[in-house]
Design a protein around this ligand. Sequence first.
Ligand code: FVH
Length: 295
Amino acid sequence: MTDNTPRHSLTLIGLGDMGTALARTWLAAGHRLTVWNRTAAKAGALAAEGALVAESPAEAVAANGLVVVCLLDDASVGSALDGIDLTGKDVVNLTTGTPAEGRARAVWAEERGARFVDGGIMATPTMIGVPEAGGYVFYSGSRALFDTHRAVLEVPAGARFVGEDAGHAALHDVALLSAMWGMFAGISQAYALIEGEDIAPKDLAPLLSEWLGAMGFFIGNAAERLTSRDFTSGVVSNLAMQVVGTGTMLRTADEQGVSAELISPYVDLLRRRLAADPAAHGAEDTVGALLLLKR
Ligand code: FVH
């Protein structure tokens, strides 16, 4: 912090792995930080680094206008803060939740006289305070709150405001995490297939990285087709062919004595899309199959 950098005061509720990482960046940047954690012992190390430790969540909230919350889940936010006066406070909730939970928390905070922004952290604790790691946080809700506190919110990680719908930070967060878990499932299947074979996981690893990188084109392709609703122009890997090809994945899993439970739901989806109208959908890109997911 230079002599010209403004010093901010803020409160942080929650000192788990993520909360502690966040706290350290604000302290290191010279900001005045008040903390509270249900298990008080977790505040000890931070107190030694300059944090002010509140005795209760009410005392922590009363200490500052900006109150950042980073707890396990939405229920723990209610458990820590229900019944506490939030009048005039700016509440930033970095607890992972669903879009509906984010919207309900916004109403909950506004009914108590606070402005509210929900956040979705796209980083692990080790990426916090390390700009080159590429971590960032999605924010949505009160634009005025975000603009007021943007500088201090950007201390731990980059900040991306995604709109005034308080559910949209969580929606972006969970959309990206859903893609991540699908990728983890596919990678797990790949390693399971070679278990017990004379192929070392470390030799498959670079091939997997290279292949998944090359297949990343699907992200932009899907976005374009969903926007245009054109699933047939320029198709080079048609659905009829892919239904046969993905059958090979299932038979190979069977041959290797590996369950196909992680990938068979996706194969089923492709088959359902084709079966609904083979003449119309057989020439399509596989992207069209995702329309079946929407209930
Ligand atoms: N750690 C990670 O990799 C991910 C990265 C992406 C974002 N997530 C989300 O961040 C939230 C906090 O995660 P965390 O890693 O800090 O989680 P824990 O280390 O398990 O700490 C949990 C804190 O929540 C407190 N807590 C739990 N239940 C209650 C309650 N009923 N009342 C008050 N506080 C509660 C807990 O307190 P204590 O156990 O120490 O007393 C911790 O402070 C989370 O939403 C992730 O999804 C992290």
